[in-house]
Design a protein around this ligand. Structure first.
Ligand SMILES: Nc1ncnc2c1ncn2[C@@H]1O[C@H](COP(=O)(O)OP(=O)(O)OP(=O)(O)O)[C@@H](O)[C@H]1O
Length: 508
C-alpha cells in the first residue's frame, strides 16, 4: 500500500457561470493533518463535497489507498471510511446526542435495536478521544462546541479513517478551539488522516503537516507547514502580501449617536440576559463590546436592533427615542446592522443577490415606482456597483441565488448592503467571521473609514486580534453586565481575559 490515504487527481467541478475547481490535485498522507487554505469562494468546500460524494466532478479521479474509486453519494464515502463535519452542522436538534450519533447506523439484531451496544461503543470512543459528551443531552440544549464533538463522534462511530473538517473553528470559543486542536492531533496520532479547512493561519501553523492553497478555483501549491510562515501562506493565497496590522489615526469623537440607558433584556431562562447596561457611542469612534460567547452580547444587539423588546431602559439615537421603534424604523433612522447569524437575520437565501442587496431599501423611490412596481433596471445597476466595489464573488453576478454563494461572499454581501446605506450608526457583530484574511483586512479598513467619516461604529467581537486592533474603546461584558472599559493600548489580552472570565471587574 502507498503512502497516501486519499488522492484527488485533476479534479474539475463546474457550476453555472463558474469553474469552482479547475484541475485540482490534493494528496492526503496517512496519519497527517492536511490544511486547505484559500480566499472565500476559492473552491475549498466544493472540493471537500466532491470527496464526500455531495457533488460529482466532471473531470479527474479519486483514489483511496492507491485504487480508483467512485463516490456517488455520502453513503459511498462512508463505506470507504470518509466522514465530514460540515461548516453548518447537520444534527437533529430534538434528538439526544446518542441518537444523533447512531442515526442511520443503528445496530439492529433480529429486528431489535441494540441501543446498549451503541451506547457502549459511543462512550468508549468519547473517553478514548477525551470528547466528554453527555449521550442523553438534547442537541438543542448543548453548546456549539459539544455539537461539534457530536459530529466528530458520528464519524468515529462509523469507523471513518479519513476525516474532513470544514471550517471547524469558525463558531468556537478560544478555549474550544484549543481543545479541538488537541483532539485533532490525537486522532492523527492514532493513524486517522485529516483534511482541515481554516482561514486562521495560526491554527494551520499549529496543527497541520501540509497545507494546500487554492486561489479562484485553481491549485496554487502544497507546502510543508514546518518550512513555511503565515506571511508566505497569505501571499500564496491572495497573490500579494497582506498587512496584519490595522493602520489608523487617533479617534476624534464628536456628538453622542447611540445612548443606551439601564437596558435590560430577558434571557431564555429566568435570568435576564442583559442587566442594566448603559453606554454611549459617539460620532467618529469605534466601540467594541467583547466577552466570552453567551454573556449577553447577542441579546444586547437584539435589543438595539429591535429583534427583541427591552424589559426596561431606553435607547436614543441622535437624540431620538427609538426604544419601541420597529426594525424598519430603526433602519430608516440611520441604523445599520451586520448580524451575528447571517443565515437567520442577514439574508433571504433563496432570493437573488440583487434582491438581498436592496432588502432594506427596495421601497425607496429610486427602486420602486409610484405605481408600486419595482424598478428592476435600477436595482440591477445598484447591485452591479456593490458587487464591483465590495468584491463580492459569485457564479452569476446580481442574479445568483444567495444560497449557492460561498459563506464568505454571503458575508461580504451583507457588509456591502449595510455600509452602502451610509448609516449614522453601524452595528457590526462578528463582521469577519468566516471571511478570508484579504477580506478581513478590507472589512477592518471599511470600519475605520466609517469612523473617519464621522459615523458611530459599535463592533461586537470575540476575535482578540480584532478587539485589540480595530476599536478606540473596549467594553467587556460578563454575565449580562458591562464589567470593564479600556483603551486598547492601555490593556493586555491577558488582562482582558480576567475581565471576560469574571475574575476582575470595574464599575462601568
Ligand atoms: N451548489 C452550488 N451552485 C452554484 N455555485 C456554487 C455552488 N456551490 C458553490 N458554488 C460556487 O463555487 C465557488 C466556490 O465555492 P466554495 O463554497 O467551494 O468556496 P470556499 O473556498 O469554500 O469559500 P468560503 O471560504 O467562503 O467558504 C463559489 O463561487 C460559489 O459561489
Amino acid at each position: 500500500m502507498g503512502e497516501y490515504a486519499v488522492e484527488m487527481l485533476h479534479i474539475t467541478k463546474r457550476f453555472p457561470g463558474i469553474v469552482a475547481n479547475d484541475d485540482i490535485t490534493l494528496q492526503l498522507k496517512k496519519g497527517e493533518i492536511h490544511a486547505l487554505l484559500g480566499e472565500n469562494g476559492a473552491g475549498k468546500s466544493t472540493l471537500m463535497s466532491v470527496l464526500f460524494g455531495l457533488y460529482q466532478a466532471e473531470e479527474g479521479e479519486i483514489r483511496k489507498d492507491g485504487k480508483k474509486v467512485e463516490i456517488k453519494n455520502p453513503n459511498d464515502a462512508n463505506a470507504l471510511g470518509i466522514g465530514m463535519v460540515h461548516q453548518h452542522f447537520k444534527l437533529v436538534e430534538c434528538f439526544s446526542v446518542l441518537d444523533n450519533i447512531i442515526l442511520g447506523a443503528e445496530p439492529v439484531q433480529g429486528g431489535f435495536l441494540k441501543k446498549d451496544e451503541a451506547r457502549k461503543k459511543v462512550m468508549e470512543l468519547s473517553n478514548r478521544y477525551h470528547l466528554q459528551i453527555d449521550p442523553d443531552a438534547k442537541v438543542e440544549n448543548i453548546t456549539v462546541g459539544m455539537q461539534q464533538r457530536t459530529e466528530i463522534l458520528k464519524m468515529l462511530y462509523r469507523d471513518n479513517e479519513i476525516l474532513i473538517f470544514d471550517e471547524p473553528t469558525a463558531v468556537l470559543t478560544v478555549q474550544e478551539i484549543e481543545e479541538l486542536m488537541q483532539i485533532m492531533k490525537g486522532l492523527a496520532k492514532e493513524g486517522k488522516s485529516i483534511l482541515f479547512i481554516s482561514h486562521k493561519l495560526n491554527e494551520i501553523m499549529e496543527v497541520s503537516d501540509h497545507c494546500t492553497v487554492l486561489r479562484k478555483g485553481k491549485y496554487v501549491g502544497t507546502v510543508e507547514t514546518k518550512d513555511t510562515t503565515p506571511e508566505k501562506l497569505s501571499a500564496m493565497m491572495v497573490g500579494r502580501n497582506v498587512s496584519f496590522k490595522v493602520e489608523k489615526k487617533p479617534a476624534e469623537p464628536g456628538d453622542v449617536v447611540l445612548d443606551v440607558k439601564d437596558m435590560t433584556v430577558a434571557g431564555q431562562n429566568k435570568k435576564d440576559a442583559v442587566q442594566d447596561v448603559s453606554f454611549q457611542v459617539r460620532k467618529g469612534e469605534i466601540v467594541c463590546i467583547t466577552g466570552i460567547d453567551g454573556n449577553g452580547q447577542t441579546e444586547l444587539v437584539y435589543g438595539l436592533s429591535g429583534l427583541e423588546p427591552l424589559k426596561s431602559g431606553s435607547i436614543h439615537m441622535n437624540g431620538k427615542d427609538i426604544t419601541k421603534a420597529s426594525v424598519r424604523e430603526r433602519s430608516t433612522s440611520g441604523m445599520s446592522h451586520i448580524p451575528e447569524d447571517r443565515h437567520k437575520h442577514g439574508l433571504v437565501l433563496d432570493y437573488s443577490l440583487e434582491d438581498n442587496l436592496v432588502l432594506q431599501r427596495y421601497f425607496e423611490p429610486q427602486f420602486t415606482s409610484k405605481a408600486g412596481l419595482m424598478k428592476r433596471k435600477e436595482i440591477r445597476e445598484y447591485s452591479d456597483r456593490l458587487i464591483e466595489e465590495y468584491d463580492i464573488r459569485s457564479g452569476q453576478g446580481s442574479s445568483t441565488i444567495v444560497r449557492s454563494m460561498s459563506g464568505g461572499n454571503q458575508q461580504k454581501a451583507i457588509i456591502a448592503r449595510e455600509i452602502d446605506k451610509n448609516p449614522d450608526l453601524l452595528i457590526a457583530v462578528q463582521p469577519t467571521r468566516g471571511v478570508d484574511i484579504g477580506a478581513i483586512e478590507s472589512i477592518h479598513r471599511q470600519l475605520i473609514e466609517q469612523r473617519d467619516a464621522g459615523k458611530a461604529v459599535l463592533l461586537v467581537s470575540l476575535e482578540l486580534d480584532e478587539v485589540m486592533d480595530v476599536p478606540d474603546r473596549i467594553l467587556v461584558m460578563y454575565e449580562g453586565r458591562l464589567v470593564g472599559e479600556f483603551k486598547p493600548d492601555e490593556v493586555t489580552v491577558e488582562e482582558l481575559g480576567l475581565y471576560m472570565t469574571g475574575a476582575k471587574k470595574q464599575e462601568v
